[in-house]
Write a protein that binds this ligand. Structure first.
Ligand SMILES: *Cc1c(COP(=O)(O)O)cnc(C)c1O
Length: 394
């Protein structure tokens, strides 16, 4: 079997990835790439990160056999990787701890980030509060209205939140502003990206920081079942929780399924299914699948899950889709809500709406599988943040 080794030195996963950025940022990205290569092998750095992940974040997260859910579905056995139990309630903290620690290590005084629903903003602000770095978060003013609780959290964590009035006043406008800030202040400022997107080395670096999910899962399932799982399932927004689970199994005989947001249906234009319905293009620094209209303009997207509502996807997923190594499907808003309710009812676990898409995908797969098959679903976050949305839907 061919050993999987991506990205290449220029940051490409096959035809996808790369560095499509203003010339003024090139040296900063090369500096970051070199710093990352050094700390990746640095025993001191890794010891410090591991200690924070254990004592502050709460790792390892449990791998839980969802017996009631499995019985209800009546197919394969479903395990849940409980990233919802981590500090701040989702997997995003794995990445922000790694990156903010790296920022501190290379002497940056200030961290900037952009956030849509506010989940990444909160995770960055948390790591900066802990490690004593200044934090500025860009957020569309429309998102600030919709996500008041996360705005409040970031402010309590002493992050400066800058409202972005331009465009649709949402995530993609906030990204543009953050990039503008970085170009201006690149000397003392670190840009912390929240998923496996953006220019090289971010997709690789974020993948590596999130791979702790899959590494733990591998050890845990071997301990519990004495073998590897048959199928891994995760939701795909930018793709960081999915690749974090998948990557440590990439050379193993294990099937993988990514679930994108089908919104109100793929036959409507209200969804965020970049891999299923998009075409290759360039956005926010890398080549990947994008939702775009006939003229190449980025289309507006929709998902009931705020964290899946993005017109692009990480370049590594674009490669994994084309190579056939990973299968991708979609779950609609309605299917996610049903999975949300079913998991709450059967297991007493209220999942994030993003994670509910993964549960919906796993339920469909489990039905067609033998009873001895093992499915591991990444439960990327907890659902407290989504109760308002669910209340409106039901
Ligand atoms: C942000 C978020 C996602 C989507 O991001 P990925 O990079 O695709 O993982 C999924 N689940 C939760 C709980 C999130 O907060």
């Amino acid at each position: 079997m061919m050993v999987y080794r991506f990205p290449n030195d220029l940051g490409y996963f096959g035809d996808f990835g790369g560095r499509f950025i203003p010339e003024t940022l090139m040296s900063a990205l090369i500096e970051l790439e070199q710093a990352y290569k050094l700390i990746k092998k640095d025993k001191g750095f890794n010891r410090t990160l591991r200690a924070y992940l254990a004592d502050y974040v709460g790792r390892p997260s449990p791998l839980y056999f969802a017996k009631n859910l499995s019985q209800e579905i009546g197919g394969a056995r479903i395990y849940l990787k409980r990233e919802d139990l981590l500090h701040t309630g989702a997997h995003k903290i794995n990445n922000t701890m790694g990156q903010v620690l790296l920022a501190k290590r290379i002497g940056k005084k200030r961290v900037i980030a952009e956030t849509g629903a506010g989940q990444h903003g909160v995770a960055v602000a948390t790591a900066c509060a802990l490690l004593g770095l200044k934090c500025t978060v860009y957020m569309g003013t429309e998102d600030m209205r919709r996500q008041r609780m996360n705005l409040l959290r970031m402010r309590l964590l002493k992050a400066q939140v800058i409202g972005v009035e331009s465009g649709s006043q949402t995530l993609k406008d906030a990204i543009n502003e953050a990039l503008r800030d970085w170009v201006t202040n690149v000397e003392d400022t670190y840009y912390c990206i929240g998923s496996v997107v953006g220019p090289h080395p971010y997709p690789m670096m974020v993948r590596d920081f999130q791979s702790v999910i899959g590494q733990e899962t591998k050890e845990q399932i071997i301990k519990k079942e004495g073998r590897l799982p048959d199928l891994l399932v995760a939701c795909v927004g930018g793709g960081s929780n999915a690749i974090g689970l998948f990557y440590p199994f990439i050379n193993d005989d294990v099937e993988m399924l990514g679930v994108e947001a089908g919104g109100t249906g793929l036959d409507t234009d209200r969804h965020s299914a970049s891999l299923s319905m998009g075409r290759p293009g360039v956005l926010h620094g890398s080549a990947t699948y994008l939702l775009q209209d006939g003229a190449g303009q980025i289309r507006t997207t929709h998902s009931i899950a705020p964290g899946l509502d993005y017109p692009g996807v990480g370049p590594e997923h674009a490669y994994l889709r084309n190579s056939g190594r990973v299968q991708y499907t979609t779950a609609t808003d309605q299917e996610a809500i049903q999975a949300f309710k079913l998991l709450s009812k059967t297991e007493g676990i209220i999942p994030a709406l993003e994670s509910a898409h993964a549960i919906a995908g796993a339920i469909k797969s489990a039905r067609d599988r033998a009873k001895q098959d093992i499915i591991v679903v990444n439960l990327s976050g907890r659902g407290d943040k989504d109760l308002n949305i669910v209340e409106e839907m039901i």
